[in-house]
Design a binder for this molecule. Structure first.
Ligand code: RIB
Length: 301
């Protein structure tokens, strides 16, 4: 079983700061580093680390082939990635002493995804395969529509959440994966149970995974509701923790694992991710998870 991830590819410019810069303020940073990133690229790498056969579709500026190499080095099939004569997308990321981040995006080549490109990329895939999309690319509604028409299982992570998302064909989504901010944008609600109830009533065809940061994650589906607690770790940088969770959760699901086991995998991988700096570079390998795997009962696998 294969997964096509239609995803952003960014260069992350990461600044360590004493606090997030305030309106009108000029702030010295304590360090600067450049990393490969983008929610799409991060999720492809996490999927691959978690053992999924992943194809990445997305666009890059002509000078940034090194980012395609990064995906390849992590075992991602990049035959669908294309170059455009525009700058690669980038992100300006501030990281505060608590390891929290604040991100400004520039879309660049990520906004050059046309419906015809979506159609071309999907030609390789057939019923039983998965589609994963976030909200950093153009033509997301076409991805959801065309993938569903081809019989793929559609997984949507509406990140970043924008007002347009409400107009997407969300009734075609099989699994939503959202954090609390995205959930609030989708439902207007803030407590997990109300979010789950709202989404299950409005989109009964879809399961929902809600990531809760240091409180772990929850799954709401026709087969019930499950919670998994987060592991306690020393946080260095939370960038890409959500992306790491998504890659490991979805890879588990593709292998036929139950939601509880998938949540556990996602939470464990995200816990390791936040102990390191950067986005793609902080995503743990499956061997690292296996090396520290706590005992898991067979019924949650
Ligand atoms: O989720 C983290 C990612 O969001 C960063 O890598 C940045 O590029 C933005 O897309």
């Amino acid at each position: 079983m294969r997964i096509l991830n239609f995803g952003s590819i960014n260069i992350d410019h990461v600044y360590t700061v004493s606090h997030f810069v305030r309106p009108g303020e000029t702030l010295n940073s304590q360090s600067y580093q450049r990393f490969p990133g983008g929610k799409g690229l991060n999720q492809s790498i996490a999927l691959s680390h978690a053992g999924a056969q992943v194809y990445h579709a997305g666009k890059l500026g002509a000078d940034d082939d090194w980012l395609r190499d990064q995906l390849q080095e992590h075992g991602v099939d990049t035959s669908l990635v294309e170059m455009e004569d525009v700058p690669t997308g980038h992100a300006i990321i501030q990281v505060n002493p608590a390891g929290e981040n604040s991100i400004v995006l520039f879309g660049g080549a990520n906004r050059c995804i046309s419906e015809s490109y979506v159609e071309r990329a999907l030609q390789l895939f057939s019923p039983g395969d998965y589609l994963l999309a976030q909200n950093e690319l153009s033509s997301v509604p076409a991805m959801l529509r065309m993938a569903k028409l081809k019989g793929l299982t559609v997984v949507f992570n509406p990140a970043p959440m924008t007002p347009e998302v409400q107009c997407y064909p969300l009734d075609l989504v099989d699994l939503f994966i959202v954090n609390e901010i995205e959930a609030q944008g989708l439902t207007g609600k803030s407590d997990p149970q109300s979010i789950g109830a709202f989404m299950r009533a409005k989109y009964p065809q879809a399961a929902l995974v809600l990531t809760l940061g240091e409180k772990g994650g929850m799954y709401f589906g026709s087969d019930g509701t499950v919670h998994e607690a987060a592991e306690k770790v020393t946080v260095v940088d939370t960038t890409a923790a959500g992306d790491t969770f998504i890659g490991y959760f979805v890879a588990g699901l593709m292998r036929g694992q139950k939601p509880q086991g998938c949540l556990r995998l996602g939470c464990r991988a995200a816990a390791l991710c936040v102990t390191r700096k950067g986005a793609a570079d902080s995503i743990p390998g499956k061997d690292e998870l296996d090396a520290t795997q706590p005992h898991v009962s067979a019924d949650t696998q």
